[in-house]
Design a protein around this ligand. Structure first.
Ligand code: HEC
Length: 108
């Protein structure tokens, strides 16, 4: 009994990590489709003025989410001065969730 619970837990953990790897891959596709690289770079590709390589350590998930849905508010809050400034994105919930998962995974 205890053993089967343990096996179940291991299986669940395995599934969870597979799902999140998929979310990240989907999020990367959203990043590409939305042309975020016009103003941002990841791993040296894109606009070097807006490197996002360490954004996963710098910002929490809900802060990253706020940048997507309320870029204007976050620009004001953070005092960012780079132009052109970021606009608000209206993405389907799943795309937004995956994009946030992808950005959160970007850590140096
Ligand atoms: C028109 C240019 C532009 C586009 C397009 C753009 N951004 Fe931004 N973004 C900015 C600017 C300017 C900032 C303010 C911080 C800076 O100077 O990099 C910013 C900030 C951010 C931040 C916070 C970074 C930090 O270090 O605090 C994240 C995360 C982000 N953008 C993600 C995205 C994603 C994902 C997309 C595509 C959906 C995107 N941006 C599209 C211009 C842009």
């Amino acid at each position: 009994m205890i053993r089967s619970v343990a096996i179940g837990a291991v299986l669940l953990l395995g599934l969870a990590s597979v799902a999140s790897a998929q979310d990240k891959a989907k999020g990367e596709a959203v990043y590409t489709a939305q042309k975020c690289s016009l103003c941002h770079s990841v791993a040296g590709k894109g606009n070097a003025k807006g490197a996002l390589d360490d954004v996963g350590s710098k910002l929490k998930a809900d802060e990253i989410r706020s940048w997507m849905v309320d870029a204007k508010g976050m620009t004001a809050k953070s005092g960012a001065t780079r132009k052109p400034e970021m606009k608000n994105y209206t993405l389907p919930k799943e795309d937004l969730d995956n994009l946030v998962a992808y950005l959160q995974s970007l850590k140096k």
